[in-house]
Design a protein around this ligand. Structure first.
Ligand SMILES: Nc1ncnc2c1ncn2[C@@H]1O[C@H](COP(=O)(O)OP(=O)(O)OP(=O)(O)O)[C@@H](O)[C@H]1O
Length: 304
């Protein structure tokens, strides 16, 4: 096996402009086989452009993209067969029955009857069993999304990209989807997730790339990313009539109804000295607790 084929996805120096807008400015990273990888970034960062490039839907200006070792331009058909993309938007043919749509989709990838048990398994796992003979147009939005998830996985691709799979989705579907993805991942599927729900990325992803303005800003394990930022938060509920001394106001990260959250850099603001300062200023405190930064705090730091 060549080193490149150990990678589920290789992105090397990929650039793409739309007129004057540089959507991707030479992005490079690779994803190992079997990883659960998060691709995060604020609106307009370039995530959809990158996903569309990987799926062969958008031409790029320069760079190399390989899916399971197959070039997405030179070896398009094989690369495409190795990939399943769960799209953000609900696009489907309204007249097909659920099961027929999945069988036809499988046929596009050269899968025949031998693939039907897998389709049945997915219908069961995604709790679509009783809808198998319902036409697409008669399904609720949440049900349609389940079918699109099944559609992306119908050919058992070794690499799956989930593009905002849980945007506007109810708790039940989230639970079902993540349980299913965890199982697929445990069996060796490589999963790439883009999401605006950072707690989801924190929980599911082993490694995370943060892109912003078409560039990779961070690329680390989730644990490293969380540990890299040496600060924590101290939330204090002030007793009625008490207020924070003026010289501590620069530490305030947020403030609501008498509760202030201070952002303390570990090296500069030891928690003991903060309390000492509050005591000396005669500030009366009703309650306190501390919080370590989560992915959202780090994301804001890196992209703001
Ligand atoms: N077809 C297009 N024509 C012109 N500009 C485009 C096109 N598609 C994307 N862009 C621009 O490229 C940049 C990257 O957009 P992209 O959709 O890839 O970002 P994104 O990270 O997916 O954002 P979001 O989280 O909002 O989906 C943005 O400035 C966007 O306006």
């Amino acid at each position: 096996m060549t080193p490149s084929s150990q990678e589920a996805l290789l992105i090397d120096g990929v650039a793409k402009s739309y007129g004057k807008v540089e959507a991707l400015k030479g992005v490079s990273f690779s994803i190992r086989r079997g990883e659960f990888f998060g691709l995060l970034g604020p609106n307009g960062a370039g995530k959809s452009t990158l996903i569309n490039i990987i799926a062969g839907l958008v031409r790029y200006d320069r760079g190399i993209v390989r899916v399971m070792g197959h070039d997405t331009v030179g070896d398009f058909r094989t690369a495409r067969r190795m990939l399943g993309v769960v799209p953000q938007e609900l696009v489907f043919d309204p007249f097909f029955k659920v099961v027929d749509m999945l069988r036809i989709q499988a046929g596009y990838y050269g899968c025949g009857r031998e693939n039907w048990p897998w389709i049945d398994e997915m219908l069961e796992r995604l709790e679509l069993d009783d809808k198998r003979n319902t036409s697409m147009r008669a399904l609720s939005g949440g049900m349609k999304r389940r079918v699109l998830i099944a559609q992306a996985l119908v050919h058992k691709p070794p690499l799956v990209i989930l593009d905002e799979p849980t945007a506007g989705v109810d708790v039940e579907l989230r639970r079902t989807l993540w349980a299913f993805m965890r199982d697929l991942h445990a069996k060796g599927t490589t999963v790439v997730l883009t999401t605006h729900y950072l707690e989801e990325a924190q929980e599911m992803c082993e490694r995370i790339a943060i892109i912003d303005h078409g560039e990779v800003r961070a690329l680390e394990t989730t644990a490293q990313l969380l540990a890299r930022h040496p600060f924590r938060f101290l939330r204090i509920k002030l007793a009625e009539g008490s207020s924070l001394p003026e010289d501590m106001r620069e530490l305030v990260a947020s403030e609501t109804n008498g509760t202030v959250e201070l952002r303390l850099e570990t090296a500069r603001h030891p928690i003991g000295s903060v309390f000492e300062k509050l005591r000396r200023a005669g500030v009366a405190i009703e309650d306190v607790h501390t919080r370590d930064p989560d992915l959202e705090d780090i994301f804001v730091e890196l992209t703001s």
